[in-house]
Design a protein around this ligand. Sequence first.
Ligand code: FAD
Ligand code: SF4
Length: 397
Amino acid sequence: MTLVSPHKKAKALKPGSRRPAKELCSECGLCDTYYIHYVKEACAFINQQFDALEQQTHGRDRHLDQENELYFGVHRHMFAARKIEPIEGAQWTGIVSSIAIAMLTNGLVEGVVCVQNTKEDRFQPQPIIATTPAEVLAAKVNKPTLSPNLSVLEQIETSGMKRLLVIGVGCQIQALRAVEKQLGLEKLYVLGTPCVDNVTRAGLQKFLDTTSRSPDTVVHYEFMQDFRIHFKHADGSIEKVPFFGLKTNQLKDVFAPSCMSCFDYVNSLADLVVGYMGAPFGWQWIVVRNQTGAEMLELVKDQLETQPVMSQGNRKEAVQQSIPAYDKGITLPMWAAKLMGVVIEKIGPKGLEYAKFSIDSHFTRNYLYTKRNYPEKLAKHVPEFAKRIVSQYKLPD
Ligand code: FAD
Ligand code: SF4
């Protein structure tokens, strides 16, 4: 008799035919595979388990009494960095792609889970397991939509790979960590990016159509530390739209319900996180969470210039005042939005204080969203660190 491993048996569950998290599903890809068998334990939106997974991954919980750990999760150190020779066409300077390439060429891993785009649509995600630097490079730049990165997990087992790097956002990494032991790997490396306010492909179109002057030519965009969205167009021009001028009344439902109920902005379970939110404008923000993350970073340190993180300003009042605006979907006239953007950029929070401003604003909004739409989930789904962050503010009912 042949023994069948539990996840093989799970094929009977018809992968892809169900999303047990229903409308909260972030399309992380797990349910497209036979690992759907583990979904009730693994899904970030069904079973919040940061404490157990932080223990498993980093060997300890985050120190809730230290403000930087409360906000940014378990870490050894943080700093700002940029590539001395940036990768043309990367989201920022290409630190993520460079680390992945170095891990492949140095033989640390045999494959890299990353996400390219389809031939027809530059924003439609196409997850792959890259085995060459060229395939990693073809995955550079954000696909700013929900991406089923974990849909390639079955291929790991069939390929016989034993050492793997996965690049992904928080919800994907939570599910990955929960099934990590079932993947049969000798070593898993996780390179995370922060993530917030993601959208479906249709939602992205609505966002571009309502916000950009030329939606069809946008090649990439980012919500920047200067409180503006920077759209880069195909001709290289940059369009800047102030956050406060967003047509929030039309965009209220554009963000995916999963992202409106997410509290893992900073990708707590990655070994190494590369974003921008805690760094000065033009720099990337690096968070080394554990020894594995330190080893990954070591491979590219000669390619980077660095500076310490800084923190300036006081976010608390701005966060408190923005809560009703988020809540009611208020849109300022464009002249007022621009003026507000300029004033806030001059006197507003910078560096780590900006990152905390952004976390506070999103966690308070998401807490209210969860409370109103999924009251039965609130107590268990919101992690303790997020409850402490939210409790600093006065919220409407
Ligand atoms: P590159 O070298 O260009 O590589 C980008 C990598 O991202 C690629 O390897 C690709 O596989 C991966 N990727 C692309 N799209 C997706 C996707 N949809 N899901 C999973 N992986 C993907 N940083 C912040 O500080 N604050 C934010 O609010 C923030 N929001 C983000 C939202 C999304 C949807 C994504 C994907 C990233 C976000 N980031 C955020 C991270 C930031 O925008 C950059 O991706 C990061 O700094 C790396 O830049 P880079 O030039 O080194 O990346
Ligand atoms: Fe499945 Fe992932 Fe959706 Fe959860 S978020 S239901 S694990 S595909």
